[in-house]
Write a protein that binds this ligand. Structure first.
Ligand code: C2E
Ligand code: CA
Ligand code: CA
Length: 742
């Protein structure tokens, strides 16, 4: 087509075309192919638009953009998108302005999809073949070559190839987005995060940050629709219903999508059905601000089935997670969940007033044993239900141990009196009224110093205290308790190391015949002298040794020391000298205890009847069958047995009568009350009479004055031990003392 052949009709079209803003969408809803004409000759513009005006490719008409210089073209290209074809004049302001512009388009502006057809007036300006290839130029034609038909075919094939390139690029992008999002989605454990990623990917695909996207959830087929994630103008609609009548279309589309269980793709919106294996149905509404193309449809289809697979996985993850954080019996959160919760609370800088309470059901183990596990389970569920009923909405509940529940909440709500009052009414289990009580340990978390595991430990300390004191039923943790416990732990470590380093030793307190003042034996007593020369009294460290289990080793060590001491005294001629050794409950109960006694006797070769083991009255009352059995075994070995601190426990006398014991030791506290023979001293007198009746020997401990000794003798007690005669002495000192007193 020659450039000067245009008519006045062409002119009109030309003007018409120029005046239009020339959007990609010509009339509402229809897409056009955008053609850009760059030529310094206005005639070429009008001729071209005229020639192509009737052309439609794949039912899409053409629309035109016009530039009259390379500079102007660059400006337009900066702002316009989706240009399918550029018809470009090679020679404009400069001889190679067209080729320069191609370089800019491809390399600087990075526009790779647009097809470029070079046109030149003179054949001599043909660019190098290399340039055509390098710049991805579709075609090169002299203007005279481009007849109307030629222009038709050239433009048609350029548009086809543009369309293919776009399709491929879109598909590649869609597949990139789908793959990338799948990778992120599949590992989610939280539905909110999941929704955010799903929405982000759609935004990325449509390249439109405020596109309307809504994620709906429906718990059962007739249930209400809940919005659980949203974008665009609905961003604030989460968890609230869509009421506006304008949104009726959205709701209708989603309802159709959910009832048909398939995607619904309309001209400018879509409802994607996210199938999954749970009861709950999910659908994603995507309102696009342009017509949905076939490529978009492909993307949405593939994308929704990918999201579905991931959603299934996430829901499974969530279920597994819930499972890991839930107590299966009561359906309450479990210990792990409580720990997480406490972590979160304690991580806050300005913590609200929060109390952690541990609630322990009293005597649950006994009930469980007596009435069976099934009954026990029902009981626990009933307790859980009652706690839930009162605290579910205001606090966080958990079951953290077999019969231990926890409540975390505001100080005013988590109050021990309130919790205890929940146990006043009986629990109805299998048509029986069961009366329960509970004990509570509490810790205030507002200004708590320490981490989660400390907090839980400290609450447990408070709970143990509460159990022990049995009065109010609850105890708040105080820092003092912590200090005490830490002091105990410190002492425990120190005791261990003192024992390893031989800083412990045994002293011996003589026991005498009151009448003659002659020694009859001694009691072995353990001593601990710290490196800085301080004595720690056994009343303090023996309980710790018992608590930590060290008493087993320690007790054995004392026993062996005492036996060696006895052996050496026997060798020195103190025949018939007796050695008393204290045995703690933990030692007595230990399966190796009898062997330990046998070994000490065998290794030292002492006559067993000279060894006297002191057990306390409270131990004697603990487990009658076991006690009787052990005592009989000890008697077989041949040792003597005394009951220490007698009178402080609550022995049943008929029971005492049956025990194979040899001696009672009147506790120091009763001896203390004796001033002289005229003292009433009813308890010592009674113990002495009891011994006479049962044929046991009796010894008084803690005798500090002669008058006490004399009184005891007149009451009928022949033996005594106390400061009046001697304090406990180290081995060498004992030998000395015996030298002057024997
Ligand atoms: P215990 O068995 O009742 O020992 C008698 C305690 O009374 C000893 O205190 C002794 O020093 C003290 N004592 C003796 N005569 C008098 C007196 O006239 N006046 C006063 N005020 N006190 C007197 P110690 O040695 O401090 O021992 C305290 C407790 O520690 C013992 O009470 C015993 O229960 C335990 N213990 C000591 N050594 C051992 C041991 O080797 N093994 C075990 N399991 N417990 C031990
Ligand atoms: Ca004793
Ligand atoms: Ca005693």
């Amino acid at each position: 087509m020659s450039t000067n052949q245009h008519s006045s009709h062409d002119e009109l079209i030309f003007l018409e075309e120029l005046e239009k803003s020339d959007p990609q969408v010509k009339s509402e809803g229809t897409l056009t192919w955008r053609i850009m004409i760059i030529d310094d000759d206005p005639d070429v513009h009008s001729a071209t638009t005229f020639a192509l005006s009737s052309l439609a490719i794949q039912n899409r008409a053409l629309s035109f953009l016009h530039a009259y210089s390379a500079v102007q073209a660059k400006e337009i290209l900066k702002n316009e998108t989706d240009i399918a074809v550029i018809l470009l004049d090679v020679v404009m302001e400069q001889e190679d302005a067209g080729l320069q512009l191609v370089n800019t388009i491809r390399n600087e502006m990075g526009l790779s999809e647009v097809r470029i057809i070079l046109r030149t007036g003179q054949p001599g300006y043909a660019p190098e073949i290399d340039a055509i290839r390098d710049f991805d130029i579709n075609d090169y034609k002299t203007k005279s070559e481009l007849t109307r038909t030629k222009l038709f075919t050239t433009i048609t094939s350029a548009i086809r190839s543009y369309d293919q390139i776009c399709s491929i690029n879109t598909l590649r992008r869609a597949s990139d987005i789908t793959t990338r999002s799948s990778r992120e989605l599949i590992s989610q454990t939280n539905i909110n995060e999941f929704s955010a990623i799903a929405i982000r990917s759609i935004i990325e695909y449509f390249e439109s940050p405020d596109i309307n996207i809504l994620l709906f959830k429906q718990d059962d087929p007739n249930g209400s629709l809940n919005i659980i994630a949203a974008n665009g103008q609905f961003a604030h609609a989460i968890n609230s219903p869509l009421k506006n009548p304008e949104n009726a279309i959205i709701l209708q589309t989603i309802e159709n999508c959910l009832s048909q269980q398939q995607n619904i793709l309309d001209s400018n919106h879509a409802a994607l059905y996210l199938s999954n294996t749970t009861q709950t149905r999910y659908a994603l509404y995507v309102g696009v601000n342009r017509p949905i193309s076939t490529q978009d449809e492909r993307f949405l289809d593939v994308y929704s089935s990918n999201v579905s697979v991931c959603l299934d996985n996430v829901l499974l993850n969530i279920r597994l997670r819930n499972h890991a954080f839930t107590d299966p019996l009561t359906n309450l959160p479990n210990r792990l969940k409580l720990l997480h919760m406490l972590d979160q609370i304690l991580a806050q800088k300005n913590r609200p007033q929060t109390t952690l309470a541990l609630i322990d059901i009293d005597h649950f183990a006994e009930t469980n044993n007596a009435l069976g596990h099934q009954f026990g389970d029902l009981l626990l569920c009933a307790v859980a239900e009652r706690l839930r009923h009162h605290f579910e909405h205001s606090c966080k509940l958990a079951r953290i141990g077999s019969d231990t529940f926890s409540i975390v909440g505001h100080n005013d709500i988590v109050r021990p009196e309130i919790i205890l009052s929940l146990f006043y009414a009986p629990f109805l289990i299998e048509k029986q009224d069961v009366q329960l009580s509970a004990t509570i340990g509490l810790v205030k978390l507002d200004d708590y110093v320490g981490d989660t595991s400390d907090a839980l430990k400290d609450t447990n300390i408070a709970l143990k205290r509460a159990k022990k004191q049995q009065r109010t039923g609850y105890v708040y943790f105080t820092n003092n308790m912590g200090v005490e416990i830490r002091e105990r732990v410190r002492l425990m470590r120190a005791l261990n190391s003192a024992f390893q380093k031989n800083h412990l030793f045994v002293v011996y307190q003589p026991q005498v015949h009151i009448g003659t003042g002659k020694p009859v034996g001694a009691e072995a007593l353990l001593r601990w002298k710290t490196t800085d020369g301080k004595f720690i009294p056994p009343d303090q460290f023996i309980p710790i040794a018992e608590y930590s289990g060290l008493i087993i080793e320690l007790g054995d060590w004392v026993l062996r020391n005492a036996c060696y001491e006895l052996q050496s005294l026997l060798k020195k001629g103190y025949t018939n000298f007796k050695m008393s050794v204290n045995v703690s409950q933990a030692q007595f109960l230990h399966p190796e205890f009898l062997n330990s006694v046998r070994r000490a006797i065998n290794d030292t070769g002492i006559p067993p009847e000279l060894l006297d083991l002191e057990i306390t009255e409270s131990m004697a009352m603990e487990d009658p069958i076991f006690l009787m059995e052990t005592l009989h075994q000890l008697k077989k070995i041949g040792v003597k047995i005394s009951i220490d601190d007698f009178g402080t426990g609550f022995s049943s006398l008929s029971y005492l009568q049956k025990l194979p014991i040899d001696q009672l030791k009147i506790d120091r506290s009763f001896v203390n009350q004796i001033v002289d023979e005229t003292s009433s001293a009813s308890i010592p007198k009674m113990i002495i009479q009891l011994c006479q009746g049962l044929g046991l020997t009796v010894i008084a401990e803690g005798v500090e004055e002669l008058k006490q000794a004399q009184a005891l003798m007149t009451f009928g007690c022949a033996l005594a031990q106390g400061y009046y005669y001697s304090k406990p002495l180290e081995s060498a000192k004992l030998f000395e003392w015996l030298g002057t007193n024997a």
